[in-house]
Design a protein around this ligand. Structure first.
Ligand code: 5RP
Length: 219
C-alpha cells in the first residue's frame, strides 16, 4: 500500500513548476509528495509551500522547502493532499489525521486541488467516520446536536488539533455527501469545520496495483 501511495504522490508532483505556490497536504500519502518536492527543490525547483498542518510544515522545512504564511498569498496554484475516502463525484472525507480545518482553508484557496490516494480509498458510498472539529467549550452538547442529525460521535481521545480544538469522529449508517449536509453540520454552534469536502477536489490520482489512474472533475 505504501508503494501505491508513493506512486500517486509522485505523479501529482509532476504538475509542479517553478514559481508556484504549492499547498502541502497532511498524512502519510501527502508526505511522499513533500519528500519528492524536497528532492526537486534541492535540484533547483523554486517554489513556496503553504502547509496544511504543523507536522507538514516541519517536514517541508526539514527537506528544504520554503514555507510561507497563507496570508501572504491571494491564492495557491496547486495543492497536493490525501483523503480518507473518495467517491465517484470526487467528493471526499478528510480529517483522519485531524488537519481538516487547515486542509479545507487551503483547498478553498487553491486553483487546483490534487488528491492522492491508493485504490483502497475509492468507494461508492462513504463509510469512514466523519471527523468534525469542535471547540472544547460545550463539546458534549455539540455532540448531542450531531446525534440529532443521525451521527454517533466519539471523541478522539488524547487528540488536540493544531487549532487547539477537539475532533469528534462521527459514525453513521449512510450519509448523503452533499453541500447541504456539509453546511448543516457547520451550522451547529461549536462546530468549527467538518471533513466533508464537496466540490473542492479538481483531480484525484489513484495508485493502483496495475498503474496510475487520474480522475478529473467535469466542469
Ligand atoms: C488529514 C487527512 C489526510 O489526508 C487523510 O487522513 C489521509 O491520510 P493518509 O494519506 O495517511 O491515509 O485528511 O487530516
Amino acid at each position: 500500500m505504501e508503494e501505491l501511495k508513493r506512486k500517486a504522490a509522485e505523479k501529482a508532483v509532476e504538475a509542479i513548476e517553478d514559481g508556484m505556490v504549492v499547498g502541502l497536504g497532511t498524512g502519510s500519502t501527502a508526505r511522499y509528495a513533500i519528500l519528492k518536492l524536497g528532492e526537486m527543490v534541492k535540484g533547483g525547483l523554486d517554489i513556496v509551500g503553504v502547509a496544511t498542518s504543523l507536522e507538514s510544515e516541519r517536514l517541508a522545512k526539514e527537506v528544504g522547502i520554503k514555507v510561507a504564511d497563507i496570508n501572504d498569498y491571494d491564492s495557491i496554484d496547486i495543492t497536493i493532499d490525501g483523503a480518507d475516502q473518495v467517491n465517484g463525484k470526487l467528493d471526499l472525507i478528510k480529517g483522519g489525521g485531524g488537519a481538516l480545518l487547515r486542509e479545507k482553508i487551503v483547498a478553498s484557496c487553491s486553483k487546483r486541488e490534487i488528491i492522492v490516494v491508493d485504490e483502497s480509498k475509492i468507494v461508492d458510498d462513504f463509510s469512514f467516520p466523519l471527523p468534525v472539529e469542535v471547540v472544547k467549550f460545550g463539546w458534549k452538547r455539540t455532540a448531542d446536536k450531531l446525534r440529532q442529525l443521525g451521527f454517533n460521535p466519539r471523541i478522539r481521545h488524547g487528540f488536540i488539533t493544531d487549532n487547539e480544538n477537539y475532533i469528534l469522529d462521527c459514525e453513521y449508517e449512510r450519509i448523503k455527501a452533499s453541500k447541504e449536509l456539509e453546511e448543516e453540520i457547520n451550522n451547529i454552534p461549536g462546530v468549527v469545520e467538518n471533513g466533508l469536502f464537496i466540490g473542492l477536489a479538481t483531480e484525484v490520482i489513484i495508485g493502483r496495483k496495475d498503474g496510475i489512474e487520474v480522475m478529473k472533475r467535469g466542469y
